[in-house]
Write a protein that binds this ligand. Structure first.
Ligand code: AR6
Length: 173
């Protein structure tokens, strides 16, 4: 099941919440700031341990931590690409970010996952193209693995929300 929701991802009742982080894993603004604020110290403590082990997180990759005070069991931190005009493999890197999160979700046996609109905030990825990549990556992944996972695309602005509504209707979801 794939659904779109308008609102704050920290309030969504799912097994795993995805964070649009940066390579440092040390937090930031936007959805990253909101997740760390709502989830509390336990999340940043685990991010620091991951940094010590592997030096942060590469673009398109993902790592998993506790969800701290959130109702979710896990936060999956991924790093989307900074938009640089489309000439630096941004589309593939964004696809990789979604796939890396789904890989972790399956490994952890989660039944439901909420994605923010990765890279469409301060990283300036064009919203329409980002939504297209997000939706098709998830649909193709779930079909290929033949797994049932509830996926929520959580939008925090009207533009993304209407883009997701339209694209999901177009693909019959
Ligand atoms: N719930 C759901 N979506 C949200 C929330 C929220 N509480 N807050 C913001 N968004 P951004 P990026 C939406 O900038 O572009 C951070 O500083 C927002 O409207 O959070 O991947 C990191 O540390 C937008 O649609 O992430 C990185 O340095 C979407 O989340 C950098 O920003 C993503 O916007 C990552 O940039």
């Amino acid at each position: 099941m794939i659904q779109v929701l308008y609102g704050d991802i920290t309030k969504v009742a799912v097994d795993a919440v995805v964070n649009a982080a940066n390579n440092s894993l040390l937090g930031g603004g936007g959805v990253d700031g909101a997740i760390h604020r709502a989830g509390g110290q336990a999340i940043i403590d685990e991010c620091i341990l991951i940094r010590q082990k592997q030096g942060g997180c590469e673009t398109g990759h993902a790592v998993v931590t506790t969800a701290g005070n959130l109702s979710a069991r896990y936060v999956i931190h991924t790093v989307g690409p900074v938009w640089r005009g489309g000439w630096e493999d941004e589309a593939q890197l964004l696809k990789n970010a979604y796939t890396s999160c789904l890989d972790i979700a399956l490994e952890k046996g989660v039944r439901s996952i909420a994605f923010p609109n990765i890279s469409t905030g301060v990283y300036h990825f064009p919203k329409d193209e980002a939504a297209h990549i997000a939706i098709h990556t998830v649909i193709d992944y779930l079909n290929a693995k033949n797994v049932s996972l509830d996926v929520w695309f959580v939008c925090f602005d009207n533009e993304n929300y209407s883009i997701y509504k339209r694209l999901l209707t177009e693909v019959g979801q």
